[in-house]
Ligand binder design. Sequence first.
Ligand SMILES: [Zn+2]
Length: 277
Amino acid sequence: MSEVLVFDNLLKRYHENKLAHAFLLETNDISRCYEDVLIFIKKLCCPHTFSIECKENCNLCSLIDADNLPSLITINPDGQFIKKGQILDMMEKFSTKPVFTNFNIYVIREAERFNSSSANTLLKFLEEPEDNILGIFITNNKENVISTIRSRCQIFSCYYKGNIADNLNDDILTDVKLYLKAIYNNKDDLLYNKTHMSGYYSDRKDWEIFFNTMLYYLNDCYSSDRLDKIELVKNISKCNLVKVIILIEEILKYIKSNGNIDLILDRFVIEMRNYYE
Ligand SMILES: [Zn+2]
């Protein structure tokens, strides 16, 4: 999901009282994701309606910017790992209720860098979650996060299109749009894969760029008024567009994990049929 979707979704959950005690954000850009997490925290905690002007006029937002809010702790790996001592320090500080905010919040950057002793220490915290403690874990690969932690988090992916846009190539975008047009509501979509797409790119990396371009384009169609929206985008609901975006993220994972490209394309067109209206 694009960052816009993820943080909108989290805020919505918060207002519906459905925010989990801990969530894991998988991202392609840890620094940008961390910046967005801080904005998200300001939106949760700011006593005014958070706005960019809060920077100057709001004590709480200023404390967050200065990394001086007692109820917010960011943990970075100390050397190669996140150490047990860092977790114990945080737990001690959070043994009292927060004063200025509704939550004590910890943010773990590079959550894949727990070792077993720091993970075990944190686990006690995760197993008996308290209402006023919120944990946010950021990683660039959730598969590398110790499973005992991962399994206790709600997981979201947060992809920044800036990185993808760097590789965005107009020719590939044209290919993407032609492909989506060709399979849209086409009963012979599987045949189209066979006759037109099989072997279209010989290199797996090129397929990755192709689907990343598709992801970028559809995310952008979701969050802005692109003039070059194709029929498929115009005709499906926003809700289904989000599902298509999630499907493409899945497809990218299969490509990265060496799945057979012809089978992946077939899976893609079959699942896409669910979202045409
Ligand atoms: Zn504020």
